[in-house]
Design a protein around this ligand. Structure first.
Ligand SMILES: NC(=O)c1ccc[n+]([C@@H]2O[C@H](COP(=O)([O-])OP(=O)(O)OC[C@H]3O[C@@H](n4cnc5c(N)ncnc54)[C@H](O)[C@@H]3O)[C@@H](O)[C@H]2O)c1
Length: 301
């Protein structure tokens, strides 16, 4: 026997019958809300027209918003003179050098938020107890509420050994962590800098890479939690800028080296130095034609 096709009309009718049996009263919402529906449709069509015009003009972002205002707390008499700066990942290699640099200015107050996954309090020993310095154990995948003027968002393991150890956590740190920091920047009107990476170019086909190059990337590889995570983080930065007017900076960092680098982080400079100190032969990975752009950490910060 052939079964009749179940049309949406028949389904609706069956639903109405079931409701009636249960004692539900039928109310025709289309009548009572016709004015409202018309208004919503009008708004939608106006917005669609606006979006279409934006798109035709090459402005896909829609209306540009004014930047958010700093929190009123910033103009209180206790906050006026100092610039309050949050550094996520400030207990790590580059972050701790950035702390040193920013603390040189007596008008800066520095707050570090770090979960110590790859960083350590030891890197910040000389600042612990300083009246202009504060250290918070905090994971950026959780929201953070602090009144600051600037955010340097560095939190993320940088070495493949550590970021591949827990790839899901790495991508959460990059995506949720960056969303949390952008949310904070929006709330308090702070400027935010993201430390991105040369890895956003993937396995580049152009050397050296100009910023206009979009990369040759792999979304499913074992390094993608880091590379793609940073690409999403960059996208979020630009979307918050376009949509909410947040003032943003992105630094695409290439191989940085210097004191406080983790000796066993598996990168070429630390490997060479560690092997040289132990009197071992230096390992050069195949094919031996790889290139890197190096930067000393004091030039970076
Ligand atoms: N060192 C480089 O050559 C290099 C190259 C490109 C990009 N970067 C970027 O620069 C930043 C700093 O790199 P680094 O070399 O100092 O690395 P690092 O591993 O020494 O420092 C990262 C810091 O972030 C902290 N951290 C990690 N996950 C966190 C989380 N979920 N919540 C809070 N804190 C967290 C770690 O404990 C550590 O203190 C990173 O964002 C990295 O991606 C570094």
């Amino acid at each position: 026997m052939q079964q009749a096709p179940v049309t949406s009309e028949l389904r609706d009718q069956a639903q109405r019958n079931r409701r009636r049996k249960k004692g539900h009263k039928e109310i025709d919402l289309s009548e009572s809300c016709s004015g409202l529906n018309y208004f919503v449709r009008l708004l939608r069509s106006e917005r669609l027209k606006e979006m279409a015009t934006d798109s035709a003009n090459g402005q896909h972002q829609g209306t540009t918003k004014l930047p958010p205002q700093p929190s009123p707390l910033r103009s209180s008499k206790f906050c006026q003179s100092n610039m309050r700066i949050l550094i996520t990942g400030g207990a790590g290699f580059i972050g701790s050098h950035l702390v040193d640099r920013l603390m040189e200015n007596e008008k800066n107050e520095v707050i570090v938020a770090d979960n110590y996954f790859t960083g350590s309090k030891e890197n910040l020993r000389k600042w612990i107890g300083h009246p202009r310095f504060e250290l918070i154990r905090h994971d950026v995948t959780e929201p953070l509420l602090v009144e600051v003027d600037q955010i340097y968002h560095l939190a993320c393991p940088a070495s493949p050994i550590f970021y591949k150890y827990n790839p899901v956590k790495t991508i959460k740190t990059n995506v949720i962590g960056t969303l949390n920091m952008l949310g904070l920047a929006k709330r308090v009107g702070a400027r935010i800098l993201l430390t991105s990476t040369s890895e956003v170019y993937g396995d580049p086909l152009i050397h050296p890479q100009p910023e206009t190059y979009w990369g040759n990337v792999n979304p499913i590889g074992v390094r993608s939690c880091y590379d793609e995570g940073k690409r999403v983080a960059e996208t979020l930065m630009f979307d918050y800028h376009r949509q909410h007017g947040i003032e943003i900076r992105i630094a695409r960092i290439f191989n940085t080296y210097g004191p406080r680098m983790n000796i066993d982080d598996g990168r070429v400079v630390s490997n060479f130095i560690a092997q040289a100190i132990r009197g071992e032969a230096l390992t050069v990975q195949k094919p031996g034609t790889q290139t890197r752009s190096f930067c000393y950490v004091s030039d970076m910060v």
